[in-house]
Ligand binder design. Sequence first.
Ligand code: ZN
Length: 362
Amino acid sequence: MKTQASSATLADRVGEDTSRIRAELETLVRIPSISHPGHDPSQLGRSAEATAKILRDAGCETKIVEIEGVPAVIGHVAAPAGAPTVLLYAHHDVQPTGGRDLWHSDPFDPIEKNGRLYGRGTSDDKCGIVMHAGALRAYDSRPPIGVTVFVEGEEEWGSPNLGKFLNEYGSELRADAVILADSGNWRTGQPGLTISLRGIVACDIEVRTLDHAVHSGEFGGPVPDALTVLAKTLATLHDDRGNVAVAGIARGKADPLDLEEAELRKQVGLRPGTKLIGEGGITDRMWMKPSVSILGIDAPRLTESTNQLVPYRTRMPLSKHSKTIFGATCRGARRCRSRRAGRGSHTSSRAREPRTTRCAAR
Ligand SMILES: [Zn+2]
């Protein structure tokens, strides 16, 4: 039995396997496995089947298990006697794509451009699945440790049933360490190991100012519209320098490793006139300080708006990332932080909303 392989040998093996790894990734990307409600759930079943086949072909004993109709895949390679077991995590669901006009190419038809593969899920997180399979094949499916692979099917929807899943199947996921293949690259061509992640809390905020719409020409002035109230409320979430102004969220400092602003601007495609927000090192702001992001607003469209004061249902999802955790068991720790961050957000929005409005956060 092979128990050791030099890193050079492993790198060679992975290199030789690259075309297969890529082909398997493309197979997965072609399946529109969007976990958000309102999308075809049968696609999640297809992606679970495809994931199970890839892991089976890589030497795992696999099974598909469902909680609340959402399929996840569990794979096992037994540990040699006395060896520890590592849990490898990934997820096979993806985010909705938004409008097709936002894409340069079909999101579910992977395409290579300038040395990169584009398509929904090529990175997050179908890449994680084929990476795990490729790692197992590099060891001829007989790694020197036990391996359990857990590929979730609802991560992009916030894993609402993960607790139930762990109650039912947690014993099958027991491991000495957890490796999540679901985080960012430090730099193209330069491997990185993520050892901490910020948690997340999300909520929808609904603002209501009136029971019904009224004419803006007649009543505008003393009577507030919901959009202005929402904008003023959102403006309180950051201070004038762009730092998160919500109290009570943990903050820390990242390792000395830092990004140059020019590199970050290039990575994210920041427009020339747009300034970065917040203070401190860039990696401090990305990894160890909280961020607050507004992900969308439901409000009257320009083409449908008339001379009316918007009375209600100006809604927006708010996503806040707080400084989180250290170590391998990210998910449990992440949840603790999320709850703490959530209280901060709610208090802030409530405390600062104008008295005449109703502002509800869910
Ligand atoms: Zn992900």
